[in-house]
Ligand binder design. Structure first.
Ligand SMILES: C[S@@+](CC[C@H](N)C(=O)[O-])C[C@H]1O[C@@H](n2cnc3c(N)ncnc32)[C@H](O)[C@@H]1O
Length: 261
């Protein structure tokens, strides 16, 4: 059994030159959920956020990837910033909208020196941070958002956790997701029920060895309320998906609106 959060490889995954190119393909293919949501969902999410907030807001998308949300929000009249660690994604984003300010930063260790009315973080990246990183991010965000500023983010729900099972698979690939050439891949799903935490682990062995540890914390609304309160945010609203639906029968995620106090 691997200790929770004993190894973190999030930055390695998003900044590896080869893997980040595969990720960009996934972002832009819209036929799977690996890096971004499908086009129609992204469109509805942008409409929902735009309808929820005041006009002409100073807004930043943390982990903006290739700018699928930022570029449209800018066209709707907001003053938009996009922060990401991946050069590959930011190059794509910049080439599609020169009016968004894109910054290559690590949103855990770096601060955006720009007061914001609205922040967002989409595709469950909030729950993918280790607890110390999440604390650091919330502290930074509290400094950056103006009082009353809103933070939109999605997290996996406790209901999704109930549907997961531990597993082990192996396969061979050529020029696949991890690296060029032939690669053997072992993948495991490990569950930590007392923490609502899952680990998706991959080991790829080819011309080099790559190990990826993807941790996903699944939340209840009560846990989120307490966590946000600890960092001087108030949970003001939540939805069953990023487009603003409220059917909580078997929602895989919560889309949360938190207010900076
Ligand atoms: C799952 S993708 C989501 C991208 C975008 N929000 C979307 O839904 O299309 C996560 C993004 O966060 C970025 N990222 C991950 N950790 C980061 C960090 N510590 N600082 C800045 N960007 C980070 C990755 O490079 C990637 O573009």
């Amino acid at each position: 059994m691997i200790d929770p959060y004993s190894k973190i490889t999030t930055i390695d995954m998003w900044s590896d030159p080869y893997i980040s190119k595969q990720m960009l393909k996934h972002h832009l293919s819209f036929d799977n959920y690996i890096a971004s949501r499908r086009y129609q969902t992204i469109k509805k999410t942008v409409e929902f956020i735009h309808s929820y907030i005041a006009p002409r807001q100073r807004l930043c998308d943390f982990g903006c990837g290739p700018g699928l949300y930022t570029n449209v929000l800018q066209q709707k009249g907001h003053r938009v910033y996009g922060v990401d660690i991946s050069t590959t994604s930011l190059d794509y984003a910049k080439s599609h909208n020169k009016h968004v300010t894109y910054k290559q930063l690590n949103y855990i260790t770096d601060t955006l020196n720009q007061p914001l009315d609205v922040a967002m973080m989409i595709w469950c990246d909030f729950g993918a941070m280790a607890p110390e990183a999440r604390s650091q991010f919330l502290r930074n965000l509290h400094q950056t958002l103006v009082p009353g500023g809103l933070f939109f983010f999605d997290v996996f729900s406790e209901k999704r956790f109930q549907t997961l099972e531990e597993s082990y698979t192996s396969k061979e690939e050529i020029d696949g997701f991890f690296m060029e050439g032939p690669v053997s891949i072992e993948s495991r799903m490990v569950l930590y029920p007392e923490l609502g935490l899952s680990l998706s682990y991959d080991k790829a062995v080819g011309q080099k060895i790559i190990e990826l540890f993807n941790w996903d914390k699944h939340y209840t609304i009560e846990e989120l309320e307490i966590l946000l309160h600890d960092y001087n945010f108030e949970l003001v609203d939540y939805f069953s998906d990023t487009t603003g639906q409220t059917d909580f029968t078997d929602n895989e995620l919560y889309f949360v609106v938190a207010k900076r106090i």
